[in-house]
Design a binder for this molecule. Structure first.
Ligand code: FDA
Length: 310
């Protein structure tokens, strides 16, 4: 079954990136609302206001929030600049409304796939604006072919702007070394298991071994009193983290995606533990929906049910 699920996940990601299928759905008056209904479980909506207003409500319920304008692998320079402008508009909107959000994004959304220098310059501009509004930024981690580039851009920026953090994937063997080096920088670190299928020689598959590595990484951060987000929905893993008292450390928080196991994030929050909810918005919701189904194929049934009930 895991092989079938992996094939399904890979196929779904290819379908999601197929522009013809995407345009067909976007232009279909029948399919568009059905898919949008399914996406609404995971995505706040298409506009910045959708993300900010739902985020504001969550803050009032006691959560912290991250916000992302959805997009990745942008290959057109003008679109990268437009994405950067949208992130800056988001920073200003949150800052002006006193909404203490973290803004999260892929470097490939703001230029990495066009020219790394463009991504670096766009990030610098975002970091400067965000710092002036007291907002933090979090760089997502992408496939392993981009890890070196992402980390080198992060290191160049964080020495100037400590409000910028970066995500590390526990599944990559290299991450232990990367983390040891990144602990010398002041930016926050988000630890995830990793969403990309990577070759076995560089990657630990989902297993007890990966969970042990995840715990090892968290422990390193906790011992260093380094600011981290434990970004996972794995209840058993989170239980171990709580039992070790890590979530009581003032620098540590749990982070979960909007719409995924909301009862778990609520329970942690009600237990007095710090929980950040990761919210997304944007017209690229179709891509995001496919990622969530690919990551956890049973979500396909949830998506169909949501579509039927509108
Ligand atoms: P795992 O995949 O082992 O799942 C454990 C259990 O959690 C499952 O059995 C299921 O019960 C539940 N679950 C997990 N995913 C679910 C889903 N989609 N729907 C319903 N239930 C689900 N990755 C990356 O490579 N780069 C990045 O920058 C980020 N950023 C990021 C931010 C945040 C806030 C989160 C929570 C996650 C990411 N990820 C990511 C994704 C991450 O790498 C990973 O793919 C997912 O979190 C799923 O892994 P888990 O740790 O949840 O465990």
């Amino acid at each position: 079954l895991p092989t079938i699920e992996k094939q399904f996940a890979d196929s779904l990601k290819s379908i999601a990136r197929n522009l013809e299928i995407k345009e067909y759905i976007q232009q279909s008056p029948e399919l568009y609302p059905l898919f949008l209904s399914s996406a609404k479980r995971f995505v706040t909506g298409e506009s910045r206001e959708d993300g900010v207003s739902i985020g504001d409500k969550l803050i009032h319920k006691g959560y912290r929030i991250s916000l992302e304008f959805i997009g990745e692998n942008t290959i057109n320079k003008e679109e990268c600049v437009r994405a950067k402008d949208e992130f800056i508009a988001l920073v200003k909107e949150c800052g002006n409304r006193g909404i203490s959000s973290r803004v999260s994004f892929d470097l490939s959304h703001i230029g990495l796939s066009v020219d790394p220098e463009l991504a670096y310059q766009n990030l610098l501009e975002m970091a400067k604006e965000a710092q002036s509004y007291g907002i933090s930024l979090m760089i997502s981690m992408e496939e392993s072919a981009k890890t070196d580039l992402i980390l080198s851009i992060y290191k160049k920026v964080v020495v100037e702007y400590s409000n910028v953090g970066v995500t590390l994937q526990a599944q990559l063997h290299r991450t232990l070394n990367d983390l040891n080096e990144l602990l010398n920088y002041s930016g926050a670190i988000r630890i995830v298991k990793g969403a990309y299928q990577e070759p076995p020689d560089i990657c630990i598959p989902r297993s007890d071994k990966l969970d042990q590595r995840y715990l090892e990484l968290v422990e390193l951060c906790v011992k260093a009193d380094h600011q981290i987000s434990i970004a996972s929905h794995d209840e058993a893993l989170l239980k171990q983290i709580i039992e070790r008292g890590y979530l009581q450390n003032p620098y540590v928080e749990a982070e979960m995606l909007y719409g995924i196991l909301p009862e778990l994030s609520k329970q942690l929050k009600d237990d007095g533990l710090p929980v950040r909810v990761y919210l997304t918005y944007g017209v690229e919701w179709y891509l995001y929906l496919c990622h969530r189904i690919a990551e956890y194929p049973p979500n396909i049934y949830v998506a169909i049910t949501d579509a039927i009930h509108g």
